[in-house]
Design a protein around this ligand. Structure first.
Ligand SMILES: Cc1cc2nc3c(=O)[nH]c(=O)nc-3n(C[C@H](O)[C@H](O)[C@H](O)COP(=O)(O)OP(=O)(O)OC[C@H]3O[C@@H](n4cnc5c(N)ncnc54)[C@H](O)[C@@H]3O)c2cc1C
Ligand code: FES
Length: 299
């Protein structure tokens, strides 16, 4: 398998250049190859850089993000649900939220050209996961970055121990990548359990209840497991307490946290919390690092 994981960003200052260009503010054109509905309000956009050489060489770490732009409309940060082990096509799982995302849903079609800057942020410390078990817990849209990590770990299957994914959604139609996850669960390479708050009488083979309840049924060796969590602020309140109660060290829990971002490269200050720039020092933080900045986790 040919791919090169980029080194984690050295976070002393803003990057002077990005993989997408010498000017870190200038997006590289990328063509929309495919658009697919994942849920009623989340779509998968598959893009390929128009520059063939960039398309072949663009590499990222699971957990990093890109800035996606539409000329004359706006720009926003989006996680990468695909793995760097499968280069060439970049996938983005985008929920309709406001100006930019509405435009993407209502006016962008396959064949259109968008702009991408990146990769940005630090990503998950995947080197540490080697020969360890990895427990992923996702809530809602938090499945997007964790799906990139899941594919990455599956592609390097022999280098990690157990791969466990617990993923909670509000209802069956809100489950992202449902067919794929159900099929992976049947294949057995990863232990995958899906839950919904309520199935509401619809066909559902997973569990009902909040995602934290799934943790009660998983036997874990916390000394050889890293936990990775991504979800909305309310999700962290319960998940972090459960993980600490289960015996996880705070330096073995990693969170992917989102703030409002503009530049993505540590210049504008929009994403600053205390002394931390989420776009540079994050979006992935260990619980140990984030615990002194609760507004980073819960707002
Ligand atoms: C590191 C990072 C990764 C992200 N990954 C994804 C992803 O994979 N998929 C996805 O759909 N979204 C993701 N987001 C959120 C996404 O960037 C915003 O939803 C998007 O930029 C909104 O742009 P808009 O112009 O459509 O909405 P706007 O018109 O700007 O805002 C509409 C509403 O969304 C809220 N909003 C805007 N940005 C954010 C944000 N960052 N966090 C919470 N609320 C916000 C606003 O407060 C407002 O209520 C990510 C954000 C960050 C910081
Ligand atoms: S988004 Fe500008 S400093 Fe982080």
């Amino acid at each position: 398998m040919k791919f090169q994981l980029p080194q984690p960003l050295k976070v002393r200052g803003a990057p002077r250049e990005l993989a997408t260009g010498a000017n870190p503010y200038q997006p590289a054109p990328a063509r929309v190859m495919r658009i697919q509905d994942l849920t009623p309000d989340v779509r998968l956009f598959e893009l390929r850089f128009s520059d063939g050489s960039l398309a072949r060489t663009f590499a990222w770490r699971p957990g990093q993000f890109v800035e996606l732009s539409v000329l004359g409309v706006g720009e926003g940060p989006f996680s990468l649900p695909s793995s760097p082990t499968r280069p060439g096509i970049l996938q983005l799982g985008i929920r309709r939220a406001g100006t930019l995302t509405n435009y993407l849903f209502d006016h962008i079609s396959e064949g259109d050209e968008l702009g991408i800057r990146g990769p940005l942020g630090n990503g998950f410390p995947v080197e540490r996961f080697s020969n360890h078990d990895v427990l992923m817990i996702a809530g809602g849209l938090g499945m997007v970055p964790l799906r990139g990590l899941l594919h990455y770990l599956l592609d390097l299957r022999s280098s990690v121990g157990r791969i466990i994914l617990l993923y909670g959604s509000r209802s069956p139609e809100q489950v992202l990548f449902r067919d794929e996850l159900e099929s992976l669960a049947r294949r057995g390479d990863a232990e995958i359990v899906l839950s919904v708050d309520s199935a509401g009488g619809r066909i559902w083979n997973g569990r009902e209840g909040v995602v934290t309840e799934l943790l009660d049924d998983v036997e874990l060796d916390v000394d050889r497991t890293y936990a990775v969590a991504c979800g909305p602020p309310v999700f962290y309140e319960f998940v972090l307490e459960k993980l600490v109660d289960a015996g996880f060290g705070k330096n073995r829990i990693f969170l992917s946290l989102e703030r409002r971002m503009e530049c993505g490269v540590g210049k504008c200050g929009h994403c600053a919390v205390g002394y931390t720039f989420t776009c540079l020092h994050g979006p992935v933080f260990s619980y140990w690092d984030a615990i002194n900045l609760p507004e980073l986790i819960y707002t």
